[in-house]
Design a protein around this ligand. Structure first.
Ligand SMILES: [Zn+2]
Length: 324
């Protein structure tokens, strides 16, 4: 992918994240209003007061009167907010429970900072760099073949090179023996910049070039297919069904996709469960360790990702190649 492709993809992820933030905020508001219906009443009163005041302000001729009304509204707003905070506390919620929450407070998950000309926020730039470099991202994935594997880029210290050679051998065996692999599934874990995506792409390239159908997706694209499936009324929504049916599915960067209530975990469970039941091969690369997988997706999904009877996990460790 070019930088422009990466920017486009990332901007749409930020957009999805903002929509997700709003849904979560709505859910918090509904929860608080259930716990204390008076909060709902105060919020409703604030809304209608503000609306009435706006209408009145437009009809008032005198500047002084307009100011007075605006100040009165401001005071009323402060009072109502204080009252809501007090009630939230009393009901056992944090005071700011109804405020929006962002992953990045600086850009509020817009990806941009500053007025025109705005520039990308640091969080956006960092993610962009990661995608363009991390293990080559999807950039020039055709270049990522076992034949191009260059052990010399891995430092010898700490046994990183030897470890990488062993893991590469296991991955190549897997790709060469597909579909009669020793283990059904392969899990590549370890922090970013150690070569997981590279290995995943190598497996894809080898299996595909041997003529077997393989589907490779980033976790974000996988999530998009799930989301579309969830929203779809049409039975001909194929994306998610294709992921279930692929003889070999490779999911890159699992854990980086948005967490959408009733979608991410449920659909991921369905996907993994159905694939395992049909004994279809799945390769997953993720930055999450087993404990984090459990925290992130819950035991039901984690136990499938980590199932030792059907798969083998390989942990990459060592120094981030991008920082060498
Ligand atoms: Zn930011």
């Amino acid at each position: 992918m070019t930088r422009a492709d990466c920017v486009r993809e990332l901007l749409s992820e930020y957009q999805a994240r903002r929509a997700q933030n709003e849904r979560e905020q709505d859910a918090r508001i509904a929860e608080a209003e259930r716990a204390d219906p008076e909060i709902a009443r105060i919020r409703e009163e604030s809304r209608s007061l503000a609306f009435d005041a706006l209408k009145r302000i437009m009809t008032i001729e005198s500047e002084a009167e307009r100011r007075a009304l605006a100040e009165q509204m401001r005071q009323r707003g402060i009072f109502n907010n204080g009252e809501i905070r007090r009630r939230l506390r009393a009901a056992g919620f944090p005071e700011d429970y109804l405020e929006p929450r962002y992953r990045c407070e600086i850009c509020k998950d817009t990806g941009y900072v500053g007025d025109a000309p705005a520039r990308f926020c640091d969080c956006f730039e960092a993610e962009l760099r990661r995608r363009m470099h991390e293990d080559g991202s999807m950039a020039g994935t055709d270049e990522q073949r076992f034949e191009r594997f260059d052990p010399s880029v891995f430092p010898e210290e700490g046994g990183q090179r030897a470890q990488m050679l062993a893991i590469r051998r296991a991955c190549e065996d897997y790709a060469d023996s597909f579909p009669h692999t020793k283990y059904l599934n392969l899990l590549l874990t370890g922090s970013g910049g150690l070569g997981k995506t590279f290995l995943l792409n190598c497996i894809y390239e080898r299996v595909a070039s041997r003529g077997f159908p393989a589907v490779r997706v980033t976790a974000f694209r996988m999530f998009e297919a799930m989301r579309r499936q969830h929203m779809a009324n049409s039975p001909d929504e194929r994306g998610f069904a294709d992921l279930i049916a692929a003889p070999l599915l490779l999911i890159d960067d699992l854990g980086s996709e948005p967490m959408m209530r009733n979608v991410t975990v449920e659909y991921l469970f369905t996907l993994l469960n159905e694939r395992m039941a049909a004994r279809r091969h799945t390769v997953i690369a993720t930055n999450l360790d087993p404990v984090q997988l459990n925290e992130h997706y819950g035991e039901r999904v984690a136990s499938r990702v980590l199932d030792r009877s059907l798969g083998v996990a390989m942990r990459l460790s060592g120094r981030d190649l991008r920082l060498l």
